[in-house]
Write a protein that binds this ligand. Structure first.
Ligand code: KG4
Ligand code: ZN
Length: 345
């Protein structure tokens, strides 16, 4: 199969991304990947403000695209197609990306390929490691938490996922409750290193029920209650803070590990000779979570793989690559491609 060179645009949350990927399905290289975050714009509000995000994407996406092309050392005429996240996500941002991609496609006479953001995450292990189908993907970020059985670029089964908050959201809320900096994941993880995970026993929701669904919102409520019990005169001692972080993180690890064990058992009923569990999403950066997942994979003789962090979090390269897979399979969109706030795989 001849090599394809695809530009990918991502703007579904608070990262404006553009990237160029070249190759064939299962054997592609990232020529460039530019991501411009918006943390500083949303910091004061304690979360992503959709209106601010949309405006920032609209203002910057053309510049980010230009940088990606420059860094790849190519021009529009070298491209075989333009891929763009068409959902799910914050609609204003998704629209900015889709409009920009349509403009490029019309102006340069290129095919347009709409990509589901979740497919972008789910296919990343094929970009980074050439992982063969079918594999199991655990997608854990600030906005997502689900097990996906990935059988092909257009063939996914969701084995379960969170019924409320995503783990990243729980880490962020925990950080807020304990006056630790945002994003909460890294700061709670760092604090947990100094804490005793056994001092406070937080609930492990849904572990007593069959299946791969998870719940993390009750954990935050339990943490708030325990924090208020140990606070003295409205002040939280540093030693209590680190123990709370360690207890919280231990509960998240236990839930993710046990549910992964169950998802793997389903996957292994019909798995290839070399079964693989891949993780993606910002929460995959957490060392305690990774260690737990690696242990369960060892026990079940499954290979574990995690893309480098820059490709785990939102980026244009995963969209370019997912677009490459779709396009190589004959899929293409036209100018009626719509931005979709909700779009299950
Ligand atoms: O994938 P991502 O960059 O964005 C989306 O949510 O789509 O993930 C960001 C999330 C945040 O909630 C952040 O707190 C969490 O990933 N995160 C972590 C760690 N690093 C980032 N959670 C736990 N431990 C970490 N080390
Ligand atoms: Zn994402």
């Amino acid at each position: 199969m001849s090599q394809l060179t695809i530009l990918g645009l991502e703007s579904s949350c608070d990262d404006t991304g553009a990237a160029v990927v070249r190759g064939t399905p299962g054997d592609a290289t990232v020529l460039s990947s530019v991501v411009e975050g918006q943390n500083s714009l949303h910091e004061a509000f304690g979360g992503v403000v959709p209106e601010i995000a949309a405006r920032a994407h609209a203002e910057r996406i053309d510049v980010v695209v230009r940088h990606a092309l420059e860094r790849a050392g190519i021009s529009l005429s070298d491209l075989d197609g333009v891929a763009v996240t068409a959902g799910p996500g914050l609609i204003g941002g998704v629209m900015s990306g889709v409009m920009c991609a349509k403009g490029i496609a019309i102006g340069a006479g290129l095919p347009l390929i709409g990509v589901n953001h979740l497919a972008g995450h789910a296919l990343t292990p094929r970009l980074t490691d050439g992982v063969a189908f079918p594999y199991l993907m655990l997608l854990v970020s600030g906005g997502h938490c689900q097990f996906l059985l990935v059988r092909g670029p257009e063939d996914y089964s969701r084995l379960g996922g969170t019924i409320d908050d995503a783990p990243g959201e729980a880490f962020d809320k925990t950080a807020r409750l304990l006056a630790l900096p945002q994003p909460g994941g890294p700061s709670v993880e760092a604090a947990a290193l100094d804490g005793d995970p056994k001092r406070f026993r937080f609930p492990r929701p849904l572990l007593d029920r069959p299946g791969c669904d998870m719940s993390f919102s009750g954990l935050k409520t339990a943490l708030l209650r325990t924090r208020d019990e140990v606070m003295d005169d409205n002040r939280l001692k540093a030693s209590d803070r680190v123990d709370l972080c360690a207890g919280f993180q231990a509960a998240v690890v236990d839930v993710l590990v046990e549910k992964t064990r169950r998802a793997l058992a389903i996957y292994l009923q019909d798995a290839p000779a070399v079964p693989v569990l891949a993780v993606a999403g910002g929460v995959a950066a957490n060392k305690a979570i990774r260690a737990g997942l690696e242990t369960v994979c060892d026990q079940m003789s499954v290979q574990f793989t995690a893309p480098p962090l820059a490709l785990c979090t939102d980026n244009g390269a995963m969209i370019a690559y997912a677009g490459l897979e779709r396009f190589a399979g004959g899929a293409q969109d036209d100018m009626t491609l719509a931005a979709r706030p909700r779009w299950p795989l």
